[in-house]
Ligand binder design. Structure first.
Ligand code: SAM
Length: 218
């Protein structure tokens, strides 16, 4: 069962978590405020309530994880979110990242390939407090052609390559952030599509993610 109350104790732990993320070099105050506002312990089983604000990933079922808080902050900062941006997220997982984007007033379209994780989020009360977050059960390699194009695309699983279909669903002037396989780990990549459709790629730090897998899982 997930916790539902957010106390001063939780807020204090959250402040400490954000202080640690700031010390590691995240400078975007809006991203830091979003992390301060989203109760991370709501996304985990209540057994982990006390550990929810530690700098670590946790299992959320189906062998999947909620990313480290620093990783969420890092990807969100690279995405340069603006209010009302239309964002496609691949890998809903616990929906923590989606809610951080929701706190930044983005319109979020998030896809999960694991039916069980998708179903958990359908009855997640806190997620319902974000009317502009929509969840989908599907394969992120396909994107969401019905809702494309997007201002931003964020992949939160280790991509074996840059999916062509997602490149096609980027607006001119848009950004995609993804962890791209490079040996054992992944290199964080930011792709920018210019107004004339050309692609520019920037490379950042290494991270370790669960794999982005092809197809849906019942
Ligand atoms: N964003 C998540 C959160 O805030 O909890 C963490 C994401 S977890 C590290 C990666 C997620 O990507 C898993 O839930 C996994 O099932 C999902 N995933 C992997 N391949 C996928 C695909 N092709 N399409 C959609 N989701 C995928």
């Amino acid at each position: 069962m997930r916790a539902k109350s957010d106390t001063y104790l939780h807020k204090g732990m959250r402040q400490k978590m954000v202080d640690g993320i700031r010390e590691r070099g995240i400078t975007d105050e809006q991203v830091l405020t979003a992390l301060l506002n989203v109760p991370r312990h709501f996304f985990l089983d209540s057994a982990f309530e006390k550990q929810a604000y530690e700098e670590r990933a946790f299992l959320i079922g189906e062998d999947q994880t909620i990313s480290h808080p620093y990783t969420v902050a890092y990807q969100t900062q690279l995405l340069q979110v603006k209010p009302f941006d239309k964002i496609l997220e691949v890998g809903t997982g616990s929906a923590y990242q989606a809610c951080v984007l929701g706190e930044l007033k983005a319109k979020v379209f998030t896809i999960e390939r694991q039916k069980k994780l998708f179903d958990v989020n359908k009855s997640f009360e806190y997620l319902k407090s974000f009317p502009f977050i929509r969840t989908f059960y599907g394969d992120g390699f396909e994107g969401l052609p019905t809702y494309a194009p997007f201002d931003k695309i964020l992949i939160t699983a280790a991509a074996p390559f840059v999916p062509d279909k997602l490149l096609n669903q980027m607006k001119p002037g848009s950004i995609m952030v993804l962890p791209l396989n490079e040996g054992e780990n992944q290199r964080m990549i930011r792709i920018t599509k210019s107004q004339d459709g050309t692609i520019q790629e920037e490379r950042f730090e290494e991270f370790s993610f669960v794999p982005m897998l092809i197809g849906k899982k019942e």
